[in-house]
Design a binder for this molecule. Structure first.
Ligand code: UDP
Ligand code: MG
Length: 324
């Protein structure tokens, strides 16, 4: 790692926003103020992820009076992971910060993030200290998820790290090269690598509105993460198959032995029914699991874009002149 130059870098802050009209005006003002304290060259890219409220109108209004603000308008709601990708593609800064548009990510962390970047670190990610706002079941599932996804893998996805992070331009370029449709950003950040540092933070309460991710959203994101980052479910299937075959051989030998040694003819009706039902259950489950992988493969081969940008507004940083 080498120390970076003292001149402040140009900074892009990317915010995905879905129905956040109520909190945006104040949050945008505060964020730009915090960014400008770090560098004279800053932009704030807000990606409107198909909001149903006034988010677009609010942003257009603000763009008119604030040259550092940019709006990337998606054609419909594509989900946070896609909105983040759209924001990363639009950002022009040498340093890119990702933040939620609900004020939960403390701006006070930015100076320290940038300080680490100065020292040569490429990724500074924020790790939430607590998950007190989530139910015990939710937390247990999260723990299980990281256990499975990080089991024996080469890539370790850090626990409790979210999208709140600062990244160097070369990390952003690396992320933009990953074409997959089923995006689990927390996994992709880990996959691209680069020297990283974790900072602790306490999430603030939401400024307005409600979280879009309940247990169900978390489950769906978790499933995407599992299928995209580990083949453990498939390996487990193989293991189950192996154990079942071995035990059925053992059982067969025992039945034969009983017959020859003691002449007992084991009555088999119940065994047969239970065995058959169990095995067809395992088979159907395996087919279900395979179908899940196949469906995802199908989605990938269709090669649809991750998101559609309907419109852009605002000036922001000048587009980079040299090819990066
Ligand atoms: N978000 C988005 N598209 C969606 C859902 C959420 O862009 O379909 C944005 C949302 O506006 C917010 C961020 O993603 O800026 C995090 O969402 P939320 O606060 O609901 O999640 P939580 O903080 O509860 O995990
Ligand atoms: Mg939030």
């Amino acid at each position: 790692m080498h120390q970076r130059a003292d001149t402040p870098p140009s900074i892009s802050c990317v915010m995905p926003a879905y129905n956040e009209a109520a909190s945006l005006p104040e949050l945008i003002a505060r964020t730009l103020q915090a960014l400008r304290a770090l560098s004279p060259r800053v932009e704030l890219v807000v990606v409107n992820d198909g909001s149903r409220d006034d988010t677009e109108a609010v942003l257009r209004g603000l763009c008119a009076g604030e040259p550092a603000l940019r709006l990337v308008q998606l054609s419909r709601n594509f989900g946070k992971e896609a909105a983040l990708s759209a924001g990363l593609a639009a950002a022009r800064g040498e340093v890119v910060v990702l933040m939620d548009a609900d004020g939960q990510h403390p701006l006070s962390l930015l100076p320290e993030m940038l300080r680490h970047w100065r020292e040569g670190v490429d990724v500074v990610y924020a790790v939430r200290r607590t998950r007190d706002d989530q139910s015990a079941l939710h937390r247990r599932l999260v723990a299980g998820f990281y256990g499975v996804v990080n089991w024996g893998g080469r890539v370790r996805i850090p626990r409790n790290a979210g999208d709140f992070r600062l990244m160097d331009r070369r990390v952003v370029q690396a992320l933009l090269r990953l074409p997959e449709r089923h995006r689990f950003m927390k996994g992709l950040y880990a996959w691209v690598g680069f020297p990283s540092v974790a900072l602790d933070y306490e999430p603030l309460p939401r400024q307005a509105g409600e979280s879009h991710f309940g247990l169900r959203g978390a489950l769906s994101l978790g499933t995407t993460g599992l299928f995209a980052f580990t083949a453990v479910p498939l390996r487990l299937l193989g293991l189950v198959g192996g154990v079942l075959s071995l035990s059925s051989i053992g059982y067969g030998l025992w039945v034969i032995g009983e017959y020859f040694l003691r002449g007992i003819n084991v009555p088999g009706y119940a065994t047969l029914v239970v065995g058959m039902m169990f095995l067809s259950g395992v088979q159907l489950m395996s087919i279900g699991l395979l179908s899940e992988y196949v469906a995802r493969i199908y989605d990938e081969v269709k090669q649809r874009p991750l998101y559609i940008v309907a419109d852009e507004a605002g000036a922001g940083l000048p587009p980079p002149t040299r090819e990066q």
